[in-house]
Design a protein around this ligand. Sequence first.
Ligand SMILES: [Zn+2]
Length: 133
Amino acid sequence: MNDYFCPKCNAPIKISNHIILKAIPKSSNTLGSMVLFEPILGDFRVTTHKTCTMKDGMHIEFYCPICNANLSAEDEYLTHINMTDSDGDNYEIWFSEITGEHATYKIKAGKIADKYGEHSSKYTNHWGSFPTY
Ligand SMILES: [Zn+2]
């Protein structure tokens, strides 16, 4: 099973069977809410509290629940966490910060090793050119 870590403080952020991050809508002054992600890449189900008001198309920034670091890329609508798979291989995982957008990237040595979701062609330029097969 994949395990996940904060890229800033290296704290484990997968508890039980979910990745947990703090989510704050961009340019809002709310405290945000906790969001649970599925640990299987390409499974875009998201679990939130019933009071969470995030709607499709919103730009959400994600924060480490331990060190509170903003995990957003500076120049793109992407959030970055780290993953260690069951073989012990380490990857960067990047995913879209736009609610309802399905785009996740598995990155090794600065290159796309795999990508997931029907919107995943949208951000591939972030890692330079990529063959479109
Ligand atoms: Zn952290």
